[in-house]
Write a protein that binds this ligand. Structure first.
Ligand SMILES: *Cc1c(COP(=O)(O)O)cnc(C)c1O
Length: 218
């Protein structure tokens, strides 16, 4: 696979779902990938990337941003409250808002900085104890709380359980978003982004299908 292959598959999936061309953003997940592979994808003109660790992003993206204009960087992994300020300096969007305490921390720093990355509330659609995210039953209250804090909520994000049919989780996420008037849906990875697009994904997070297998665990 390559960037061009994935872009073509996204365009086909948009058309098959009767959706406008370009309505799905491709977040190229570059975590743990060697810098040469990331530079190659930047060189092809792609600018939207995802990282799951603040520390790792801090080590590589400031210099990529200097070399390539227009980078759009998304945090797709966990964020500790004490790293929020650092995350503001690195990321254009945060997909992992998963608890009220973090919402409060983001709102406070946003007020101080006078700006805020776009925010997605992460929903634990599979109700997995080991996974981050707000439980589906608590989603409406969490979204209301974020709105009361004036956070720029772009939409919802989920990571379906590995062993279950992802479509059920994509449909659940879409339903929660719709009843809350949210249009952004961050869902779908290398193995299932086409079904996510069929169910309304606006942001797909694709790593290994673009860059090849990750060398270390990420
Ligand atoms: C690593 C990661 C991805 C990309 O996974 P692939 O299977 O390599 O496409 C997507 N979303 C999150 C949250 C991730 O951590």
């Amino acid at each position: 696979m390559s960037l061009a292959d994935i872009t073509t598959r996204i365009t086909k999936a948009e058309a098959a779902a009767g959706r406008a061309p370009g309505s799905v953003h491709l977040i190229a997940v570059s975590k743990v990938q060697p810098n040469e592979r990331v530079a190659a994808v930047l060189g092809e003109g792609h600018r939207c990337f995802g990282e799951n660790r603040v520390q790792e992003a801090a080590g590589k993206w400031p210099s990529f941003r200097e070399a390539y204009a227009g980078v759009d960087l998304h945090l797709i992994g966990p964020l500790q409250s004490n790293k929020v300020r650092q995350a503001f300096g690195l990321f254009d969007a945060i997909h992992s808002l998963d608890r009220p305490k973090l919402a409060t921390a983001i709102a406070r720093i946003a007020q101080e900085e006078g700006s805020c990355p776009k925010v997605f509330v992460q929903i634990n659609t599979g109700e997995e104890p080991q996974k981050a995210g707000v439980l589906p039953g608590g989603a409406d209250a969490m979204i209301a709380e974020c709105r009361a804090l004036d956070l720029p909520i772009e939409g919802l994000m989920c990571i379906p359980p590995a062993e279950e049919e992802p479509s059920l989780h994509f449909a659940l996420l879409a339903k929660i978003a719709e009843r809350n008037g949210l249009s952004g849906l961050s869902m779908g990875m290398s193995s299932d982004f086409e079904s996510a697009i069929a169910l309304g994904a606006t942001h797909v997070r694709v790593g290994s299908a673009i860059f090849g297998a990750r060398v270390a665990a990420g």
